[in-house]
Ligand binder design. Sequence first.
Ligand SMILES: Nc1nc2c(ncn2[C@@H]2O[C@H](COP(=O)(O)OP(=O)(O)O)[C@@H](O)[C@H]2O)c(=O)[nH]1
Ligand SMILES: [Mg+2]
Length: 287
Amino acid sequence: MGNRRLYSGLFYDVLLAKWSFYGLKPVDDPPKTLVFMAVQPYLGAVSKQRNRPKNKAPTPKGPSAATPPPEEKSGDRVIEAQFLAGATEVDQFPPPVMSEIAFAGRSNVGKSSLLNSLMQRNGLVRTSSTPGCTRQISWFEAIADDKANLHLVDLPGYGYAKRSKSERKQWAHLIESYLLARSTLKGVVILIDIRRGLEEEEKSLLELLEGDSEVSRAPLETVIVATKLDKLSNSARKPALAALCAQVGRPVLGYAAPEHLGRRPLWRKIRRIAGVSLLEAAPDQDS
Ligand SMILES: Nc1nc2c(ncn2[C@@H]2O[C@H](COP(=O)(O)OP(=O)(O)O)[C@@H](O)[C@H]2O)c(=O)[nH]1
Ligand SMILES: [Mg+2]
């Protein structure tokens, strides 16, 4: 600022000197502040020029510099998720209009938490520390940032000892009607608590899906996910996953819902199974 005043003072003196050189005298002495205002834009340009670091080109101006690059749509981010329908009876099933991926596992295995984590929503699927709360099949819709649409289906938990025999029978009928006959069902994710390993219920579920039961739908893929990985120490995780892998005789994906650990590989896998993958060539990475 001091410099600017000095410059404007000098400019004023030069102006007066020029006038007197031509034998002129200013009729009205122009006030110094007016002269300062007149020369200020030039002084600004001079000081900007002086402050610019050497060897650095001036930043280009214009619309291209102001517009940020378009956001990359990886298909991994869920931009919309909602509850679609619930059914406790077969005749309440919604019409089969979109590829579906079902999630099965014993009560308290972490199914609701994993679904919330996958859909990147807190509390969309009700979680509970009391086993056996969910008695209905629930359909959810998740739309990814590349507009891919997936229907995720939460199956009621099994293996809850306090259920009556008739309730178990009703459960089996509901589940079997869905798993064996749903025309849009493309894959089933079976959740197993990493600390419990494979138990009778999971074995019979695999048998139901892959055995010679009478099915009226296309063949589907099964995915095994080990939940609550964070309950094990870092060093115990790998051996536990390897042991479960050997037990089920196929690859196992690990998951820890609180940290969303394992989300991306599972999300990409179910997208591929549902036939809405844009990422065939992209390698699976942990999130
Ligand atoms: N530490 C940990 N707790 C979990 C995880 N997933 C679920 N839980 C907890 O386990 C309990 C049952 O989870 P929920 O998702 O309701 O299980 P669901 O009955 O299979 O649907 C809840 O208290 C959750 O907070 C996980 O990955 N890590
Ligand atoms: Mg649940």
